[in-house]
Design a protein around this ligand. Structure first.
Ligand code: ADP
Length: 522
């Protein structure tokens, strides 16, 4: 509505001739007169138009002027419209007050003084116009202010911010956009900005987002920098703006992810290279340890033969030297065997089978560890253990290594070892705890690295490969292994195995001690 537009005036009277008379009286180019023959009709007009003033006949059938006036006052949208009562009859004071109570601004009785009526209407029209003008000015100020804030905000964001018409023609861009692209509002040259190889993908993503129900979308594309012409990777996030479900604009942000993307690519490349070189190393370790076995076996057996046949026939140093050769060869065999086990643990496809941990443990205790258990007087207990999908042979090796260590690194009392398992989320956490010498926390990680030992051979025999093998076995099962310990009190090694098959699991009941595998030294 512009200032010069005519303003609406509502005249309500049940006598058509009165309406015509008022119309004639108020005929002016600046006024748009709307006539109503009843209260109902008047209310209908009030719903559709805004009025500067209402001229109301007090005496009407069905709904009289006072009733209509209070209805008009009770509605939020028409509450403030001034009402002038016009009537020929109700000149008594009582009626005049009733009119004021109903919210009339003025009260005119017939015969109407034309001049007074016109000037009163003119005053209200003037008021209405001023009010409208002020309101518009306020709105404009508010709009400008919010636009200014929006632009400031958009310029403060270190990303490109833009807005386009539904067809993709830009109508707003922030400073970052301008600096980067040099494309101005009004342009739709996406082809100049997006890398030729990424353009089709981007436009396809955009047009499928446009559909009957426009939706937001994201796309990663290279965008051309206007200064140097180089392309940098960006994440484009585009959101539709809707008004009554109708697409009115697209609002977008482009975030520079070039460095991140390059770092990711470099990292991927490095990871691939590492995996390859790791594979090569493992292959090398496997071949080397495998091929070294044969000549070493020969050296060891001939050294042993030499020892047996010629002991006492050489002088004392000769016997000692042969002893060193035999010892060295035996140690080297142990090392190479462990190295071979280590590389085998990481080689080939991991075959999973139904692995009953209790049975696997029983077998290890009754065969491989039988002698060391009886020699050490170790007492080994366990909780109910689950049935999993895992590689039974490897899990056997794992338990064997952990329990062998628990026996080996004992204090001067007989080892007490306990094996337990609990389900945590989607994985089983196994624990092997002992009452041995314990480990200083600073070595918690180091002991899992190949050949890393905390003691000399004289203190405790070993190659330093056992835990590295354990780690490899656990990791091949997608699990983790770690240790907790109190030096001088004991250690607990924990490892996890994912609960790959819910069908096979056996939830441990009340953790009860089972002495099924307890051994005494005797
Ligand atoms: P090895 O047993 O041949 O020395 P491992 O790799 O099995 O090699 O263990 C590495 C080191 O971790 C051991 O030398 C020992 O110091 C420490 N360790 C392993 N298990 C235990 C344990 N149960 N208690 C105390 N120390 C342990």
């Amino acid at each position: 509505v512009r200032d010069a537009d005519p303003v609406n005036i509502l005249i309500v009277d049940d006598h058509p001739e009165n309406l015509v008379a008022l119309e004639a009286l108020l005929a002016e180019p600046g006024y748009h007169l709307i006539k109503a023959g009843s209260g109902r009709e008047a209310l209908g007009h009030l719903l559709q138009h805004e009025f500067a003033v209402i001229l109301l006949d007090a005496q009407m059938p069905v709904m009289d002027g006072f009733e209509l006036a209070s209805l008009i006052r009770s509605r939020e949208s028409s509450r403030k419209v001034p009402i002038i009562f016009v009537t020929a009859f109700d000149t008594e004071q009582r009626y005049i007050y009733q009119g004021y109570d109903a919210g009339a601004v003025d009260y005119l009785t017939k015969p109407i003084d034309t001049h007074i009526l016109r000037s009163k209407v003119a005053v209200f029209v003037e008021l209405f116009r001023n009010e409208r003008k002020e309101q518009r000015a306020r709105m404009e100020r508010l709009e400008l202010e919010s636009l200014r804030r929006y632009r400031n905000l958009a310029d403060a964001i270190p990303h490109m911010v833009w807005k386009s018409h539904p067809d993709g023609t830009l109508n707003y861009c922030n400073q970052v956009w301008m600096d980067y692209t040099r494309l101005r509002p009004g342009s739709s040259a996406w082809g100049e900005l997006v890398h030729p190889e990424d353009l089709k993908g981007f436009l396809d993503a955009w047009s499928s987002a446009r559909g009957p129900e426009p939706r937001e979308f994201e796309h990663v594309a290279r965008l051309r920098k206007s200064g140097d012409g180089f392309y940098r990777w960006h994440l484009l996030k585009v959101v539709p703006e809707l008004e009554d479900d109708r697409l009115t604009a697209w609002l977008g942000t482009n975030t520079d992810i070039h460095d991140r993307k390059q770092a990711e690519e470099a990292l991927n490349q490095k990871a691939n290279e590492l995996a390859r070189s790791n594979e090569e190393l493992e292959q090398f370790a496997y071949v080397a340890s495998h091929d070294l076995q044969e000549p070493l076996r020969m050296m060891a057996s001939y050294a042993q033969l030499l020892e047996r046949r010629y002991k006492g026939r050489l002088d004392e140093s000769g016997d000692k030297f042969i002893g060193y050769v035999v010892d060295g060869a035996t140690r080297m065999q142990a090392l190479i065997n462990d190295l071979l086990t280590y590389s085998r643990a990481g080689k080939g496809k991991l075959e999973l089978d139904r692995c009953e941990i209790e049975q696997v443990l029983a077998k290890v205790l009754e065969t491989d560890l039988k002698d060391s258990i009886s020699q050490s007087g170790a007492r080994i207990t366990h909780d109910p253990l689950p049935v999993l999908r895992a590689n039974s042979v490897k899990i056997g090796q794992l338990l064997q290594n952990l329990i062998a260590n628990a026996i080996k690194f004992a204090r001067d009392e007989p080892p007490r070892i306990h094996v337990s398992a609990r389900l945590e989320g989607r994985e089983w956490v196994f624990s092997v705890s002992d009452n041995g010498i314990g480990i200083d926390p600073q070595y918690y990680r180091r002991i899992f690295v190949i050949f890393q030992r905390l003691h000399t051979r004289q203190q405790y025999p070993g190659t330093g490969m056992g835990l590295a093998i354990c780690k490899k076995i656990v990791e091949r099962h997608q699990g983790r292994i770690w240790v907790e310990s109190k030096p001088g009190k004991g250690s607990t090694f924990h490892f996890t195995i994912p609960d790959a098959s819910g069908r096979l699991k056996l939830v441990p009941q009340e953790p009860k001690r089972s002495d099924a595998y307890a051994r005494t030294g005797s």
